[in-house]
Design a protein around this ligand. Structure first.
Ligand SMILES: [Mg+2]
Length: 159
């Protein structure tokens, strides 16, 4: 059995949650120093889930990917992201967007956070798109635009 034929653990997922497999050459190319561009405009969440799933499976790391461990890792990566803004004010934090040298490590931590989100969604078989849509619908009810414009607290709350 070649590595291409190796069953992936994700095959136990229901068909509706089954991420499409990326072609092996694409995965290999992505892991090369100069991966091809895979911009947000043409990359799906399923593509990214599949990429993370394959990376994990090829290293037999699912044994370490208990939701407890992944949720803790997600929080740790979020803290690493926050370190880049820890001692600066809000205005200075906005300046990172135009500073390629400062942005590079921030970009990397943000990717770490997303990789753990995707790994956790894979482990818990959560359809992220549906989850986000459901949550945004709840947010829209909690924060009606007319009553929330320019305010960060929910209507009736302080702030
Ligand atoms: Mg990190």
């Amino acid at each position: 059995m070649s590595s291409c034929q190796k069953p992936v653990a994700g095959s136990q997922l229901p068909a509706s949650l089954q991420p499409p497999s990326l072609p092996r050459p694409l995965v290999a190319a992505l892991l090369n120093p100069a991966p091809p561009p895979m911009p947000d405009s043409s990359t799906t969440l399923a593509d990214l889930r599949s990429l993370v799933r394959q990376f994990v499976d090829e290293r037999d790391w699912r044994q370490f990917h208990a939701p407890k461990n992944l949720s803790m890792s997600l929080a740790i990566e979020a803290a690493e992201l926050m370190e880049h803004f820890q001692w600066i004010d809000a205005a200075e934090s906005r300046q990172a967007a135009g500073d390629a040298q400062r942005l590079a490590p921030i970009r990397e931590e943000l990717a770490d956070v997303l990789c753990y989100v995707l790994a956790l969604a894979n482990e818990l078989e959560i359809d992220l798109s549906t989850a986000v849509m459901d949550k945004m619908a709840k947010n829209a009810l909690k924060y009606p635009a007319e009553q929330s414009r320019g305010r960060y607290a929910p209507p009736g709350g302080t702030g």
